[in-house]
Ligand binder design. Structure first.
Ligand code: ZN
Length: 135
């Protein structure tokens, strides 16, 4: 069902500070950086081989990512698995007792379809399913 790790998302309040380590010291190229109003975040993505590290900064203090930062501080926020067919994957997972977060399928960065699985069903890790945009 899962093709690869699409990205690992790290919550931060300080994208510049993160880039000064991951881009400037580690030498990982930034592939995109974008303010994403619909999801309430700014994202900077750095590609390593087939996967990305995404730094995610909340745009307002009431967002889910802001709450995560308040409760846990900076760190890994979620892991995203790429799937071929997100609707089909969700159905299969639901049938096996894995809950999907009620927001359902949303439009993510680069036109991807995304959905999140309930962390309580995934050993306290927030898992994102992501399907590439067509074309
Ligand atoms: Zn993500």
């Amino acid at each position: 069902m899962f093709k690869k790790i699409d990205h690992i998302a790290i919550a931060t309040d300080d994208i510049e500070g993160a880039l000064s380590v991951y881009r400037d010291i580690f030498g990982i190229a930034v592939t995109y950086r974008e303010v994403f109003r619909e999801l309430g975040v700014e994202v900077a993505a750095l590609r390593i081989g087939e996967s990305c590290i995404e730094f995610v900064k909340p745009l307002d203090k009431d967002s889910k990512v802001a709450k995560f930062l308040q409760e846990r501080g900076e760190g890994i926020h979620h892991i995203a698995f790429q799937v071929e067919d997100i609707e089909k994957s969700i159905e299969e997972l639901k049938a096996k007792g894995i809950r999907v977060i009620p927001d359902g399928i949303k439009r993510g960065i680069e036109g991807k379809k995304i959905a999140f699985l309930h962390p309580k069903d995934c050993h306290n890790v927030l898992i994102e399913l992501t399907q590439k945009a067509e074309g």
